[in-house]
Each structure stands twice: as structure tokens, then as C-alpha cells.
Design a protein around this ligand. Structure first.
Ligand code: NAD
Length: 494
């Protein structure tokens, strides 16, 4: 398949490649547009309206205008809209997955997986919308009654990354809709198409005009600065790099906006000597290769007990070498392209530096030679062993299909090395020892710990990190709290 053999207009009509503001699909000021690139061959996939700062202000105006009525809707009404969107997304899962695969590069099968996962946030929060509740307490000293009410935070700005174009949106839009907040969404400029398709679905599901506004743009820095300077914006939720997260937190200071930050990761993957090694290899494949390694949850450093290191490394290298690299929409492809040429260069530099420091390549190590892949942004699945502790690849997110393996002999040393990072999103542990499982859950400085599993994300669980991986939780019972304020009312005893 080539991108040109796909009828893009049937996936996303021209009129939806614009800004969604107050329920209208509008051109950007001056009819400005930018191009979305197909990472499998570098060709132009589509042109999309490029919002200016004025356009973004108009989107915030629309969100502010819609806020009061939206907050006053019955919870059941908000719940039913999310449920209807969930059904529509299920019906159109193939189209959404194809669109996402084209703009982001991941395989169609993986993109379908993201549709299922991302859509679960709509189902979960459709169920949470009707369970928002406060409390009633008798003053411990007697007399007054202490009542708490929950109210929506108000208009929100959502900034989302390119790696999960649908799920990173639904994780924010779902709880915001459930809570009664309105929003302006700024999708990543590499992958705006899926978010625009989602916007059309939300309107079709009955979401009132102005509740969800979408502003694709290449002027991200100017827009966040302008909107965050506006005291009508009450909340910012961001998923992306730690560097940009820090900037948005600083920008939130003047108006004291509430903030949720889902930032970078540097996940350790620990394999103890008592682990089921075959299960650990299965888990490693999932934790490393999901989304071509371009996931904040991707296993970034493998720490394997010396007694099982050779078996684990050999088996993992065999599995990685057997993967087929190619265009994500083609049958039989396991690994799609990275997002852009910079990503290929950055992954290659990390691998080269590790090798120069003494690491050995068991498989991969560079971009594939295959003549048919030269115009795309591909990198071969790679396994490195004997990676020195000080190698740069251990300290920063790889965001590519590379598994660096180092060994340990003592549990306390494995924990020390696992925690030796500014990040704290997720850690993976393979062991069959119950006591060790408990020690790991308690001693690893991470927001999430996966035991004997390479997949952790679940709409019913609180996703999020600590330290430089950010704060706030998406999903679970905690997720809706990010969009609610508490009002305490002191009542007389009667
Ligand atoms: P990025 O921070 O460069 O971009 C993320 C988004 O921020 C994009 O929409 C981008 O346009 C926008 N942006 C950049 N500068 C901005 C500014 N000054 N103001 C407003 N918006 C701005 O990150 P990326 O390269 O797109 O995504 C990869 C990063 O995201 C990785 O670090 C990854 O770990 C992280 N991530 C985290 C999670 C999580 O839940 N913790 C999930 C997915 C990705």
C-alpha cells in the first residue's frame, strides 16, 4: 500500500481539516495552513489550518461562552454524550486507526489497539460523570454541618503529543466532559488529523458547540503563552516532554492555573534470577516495542540479573531480529517508521555513543539498508548488551526501538540503579518472589509499577508519574478530580 492509494477524504473530509471553534469548522486567519507528513516516505499527507494566536483566543472565547451552560447540564446528559461518542468510535475504529497509522507511522494493528485503549477513557468517564459527589460531615465540636460540593474547574487548555494522537486526547477530554468543563485542544502539529476526526465525532455525539474547540497550529509557544496569560483559562493539562512541561508550569504561575503534567519517562525493566525468563522476554517485547518504542512508558533500560542475562539477551535479540520493519499500513509489518528524521538521528547517536563506550550490538544498530525504506524514517529493532552505566542512553528517553541491557547481582543495587534518574513514570519488574514483589512496589520511586507484565496502561487505573515525569493522574477514580474544584459550605445545625 502507499498513502496515495488511501482515500484520505473518506477518512477526514477537507472541511474537517480546519479549526473547530464554537462548533464551526473555520479557516485559520489569512487561510494559513501547514503540512502533515507521512513518516513512511516523507511525502505530504494533508494540509491543515494553522491557527494563529487570534484564532486560539477565539477558541478560548468559545470555550468561555459555553462554560456556564455546560456546567449546568445534568450529569446523565454528559454521560450519555460520552457513551454515544464511545459507540461511534467503536463503529469507526478501522477508519480512525488507518488515519492514525498514516500520520504517525505505527502499524494499523497497533493503531486499532490505541483506538480501543483511548476509547475506554470515554466509557470509563461516561460512568464516572454520574458519580461526582461531595460530602456531609458533622462538625467534630458539634453545631455546624460541613458540606462539600464539587464543581467543574472551568475552561481548560489541553496540549497533546504526536505519539498517541487519539488516546492522549481522550484521557483529557473524557474526564473534562464528564466534569462539565469546556476546552481548547492543541494537538501535536505532526498528527492533528486524528484529533480533528475525533472532534467531528464528538459533535455528532451531541456535544454542544463550544465545549470542545480544536486548534491545530505551528505557533504552539505563542498560543500557550497568550492563553495562559488569560485569567479566564482555569486549567492546563499537558502530555509531552519534561522541558515543555516545565515551561507551561512556569506560564501557569501568573494566573495560578491548575496544572496536570504527564511528562517523559526513563522506565527500568528489572529481571531477577527467579523470573520466568520467557515471560520476561514477552513482557520486554511489549514494553519496548509498543508504539515503535515511542512511548513515555517504553522500557528504556533493562537491568537483568547476571545468572539469566545471557539467556534473556539472546532470546530478546532473536525476537527483535525477527520483526519486519516497513510501512505501518502494509500487511505483515511489525515496526513502522519513527516520527521524523531528527528522531532517527537522535536514536542513532545514542546507539553510536553506547557502542563507543563499550556496548555490543546483538541485533540492529542502525537504520535498515532495505532500498524500499530509504525515503522513510526507519530504525532497525536493536539490542545492546554490556551497556556501561554512564552511557547517555541510560539517562535519557530513547524514543525508538532500542533495548540497552546491563546486568546486576544484588537486589539493592538493582533498585538503586533503577531509581537513579530524574524521571519516575513506570518501572517493570519480573520476579516470582512475593516478598520481592512487595519490596519493589514500595521502594521503586515511580508513579506506576508493573509486576510480571509489559503493559500497564488501563483507563480504570490512575496513570501518571512522580519527579520529572510530572504530577496529576489520568484515568481511574483519581482522573476526574483533576477537573473538579471543591467548595466547602458551613451550614447551621438546623
Ligand atoms: P513535546 O513536548 O515537544 O510536544 C508535546 C506537545 O507540546 C506538542 O503538541 C507540541 O506542539 C507542544 N508544544 C511544544 N512547545 C510548546 C509550547 N511552548 N507551548 C505549548 N505547546 C507546546 O513532546 P513530543 O516530542 O511531542 O512528545 C514526546 C514526549 O512526550 C516524550 O518526552 C514522552 O515521554 C512524552 N509523553 C508523555 C506521556 C505521559 O503520559 N507521561 C505520554 C506520551 C508522551
Amino acid at each position: 500500500m502507499t498513502a496515495t492509494s488511501v482515500d484520505l477524504a473518506s477518512l477526514l473530509p477537507d472541511e474537517h481539516r480546519r479549526l473547530l471553534v464554537g462548533g464551526q469548522w473555520r479557516e485559520a486567519s489569512g487561510a494559513a495552513t501547514f503540512e502533515v507528513i507521512d513518516p513512511a516516505d516523507g511525502s505530504v499527507l494533508a494540509s491543515v489550518a494553522d491557527a494563529s494566536v487570534d484564532d486560539a483566543r477565539a477558541a478560548l472565547d468559545a470555550a468561555v461562552a459555553a462554560q456556564a451552560d455546560w456546567a449546568a447540564t445534568a450529569p446523565r446528559e454528559r454521560s450519555e454524550i460520552l457513551r454515544q461518542a464511545f459507540e461511534l468510535i467503536n463503529d469507526r475504529a478501522d477508519d480512525l486507526a488507518l488515519l492514525m497509522s498514516l500520520e504517525m507511522g505505527k502499524t494499523f494493528t497497533e493503531a486499532k489497539g490505541e483506538v480501543t485503549y483511548g476509547n475506554e477513557f470515554f466509557r470509563w468517564f461516561s460512568e464516572e460523570a454520574v458519580r461526582i459527589r461531595g460530602s456531609w460531615l458533622q462538625n467534630p465540636a458539634g453545631g455546624t454541618r460541613l458540606l462539600t460540593l464539587k464543581k467543574p474547574v472551568g475552561p481548560c487548555l489541553f496540549v497533546t503529543p504526536w505519539n498517541f494522537p487519539l488516546a492522549m486526547g481522550t484521557r483529557k477530554i473524557g474526564p473534562a466532559v464528564a466534569a462539565g468543563c469546556t476546552m481548547v485542544v492543541k494537538p501535536a502539529s505532526q498528527t492533528p488529523l486524528t484529533m480533528l476526526a475525533l472532534g467531528a465525532i464528538m459533535s455528532e455525539a451531541g456535544l454542544p458547540d463550544g465545549v470542545l474547540n480544536i486548534v491545530p497550529t505551528t505557533h504552539d509557544a505563542d498560543i500557550s503563552k497568550a492563553l495562559q496569560a488569560d485569567d479566564r483559562l482555569r486549567k492546563v493539562s499537558f502530555t509531552g516532554s519534561t522541558a515543555v512541561g516545565r515551561l507551561l508550569v512556569k506560564q501557569s504561575a501568573d494566573q495560578l492555573q491548575r496544572v496536570s503534567m504527564e511528562l517523559g519517562g526513563n522506565a527500568p525493566f528489572l529481571v531477577f534470577a527467579d523470573a520466568d525468563v520467557d515471560a520476561a522476554v514477552d513482557g520486554a517485547m511489549a514494553a519496548k516495542m509498543r508504539n515503535i518504542g515511542e512511548a513515555c512508558t517504553a522500557a528504556n533500560r533493562f537491568l537483568v540479573h547476571a545468572d539469566v542475562a545471557e539467556e534473556f539477551s539472546t532470546k530478546l535479540a532473536d525476537r527483535m531480529a525477527a520483526l519486519t520493519v516497513g510501512r505501518g499500513q502494509d500487511d505483515g509489518v511489525d515496526v513502522g517508521p519513527l516520527i521524523n528524521p531528527d528522531a532517527v538521528e537522535s536514536v542513532g547517536n545514542l546507539v553510536d555513543a553506547a557502542v563507543a563506550g563499550g556496548a555490543r550490538v546483538l541485533t540492529g544498530g542502525s537504520a535498515p539498508d532495505d532500498a524500499g525504506l530509504q525515503s522513510g524514517y526507519f530504525f532497525s529493532p536493536t539490542v545492546l548488551v554490556d551497556v556501561p552505566a554512564e552511557a547517555e542512553i541510560n539517562g535519557q528517553e530513547i524514543f525508538g526501538p532500542v533495548a540497552p541491557i546491563a546486568t546486576f547481582t544484588e537486589e539493592h543495587d538493582a533498585v538503586r540503579r533503577a531509581n537513579d534518574t530524574e524521571y519516575g513514570l513506570v518501572a517493570y519488574v519480573y520476579t516470582r518472589d512475593l516478598g520481592r514483589t512487595i519490596r519493589m512496589a514500595e521502594s521503586l520511586d515511580y508513579g506506576m509499577v508493573a509486576i510480571n507484565s509489559g503493559l500497564i496502561s488501563n483507563a480504570a487505573a490512575p496513570f501518571g508519574g512522580v519527579k520529572a515525569s510530572g504530577f496529576g493522574r489520568e484515568g481511574g477514580f483519581e482522573g476526574i478530580e483533576e477537573y473538579l474544584e471543591t467548595t466547602y459550605v458551613a451550614l447551621p445545625a438546623g
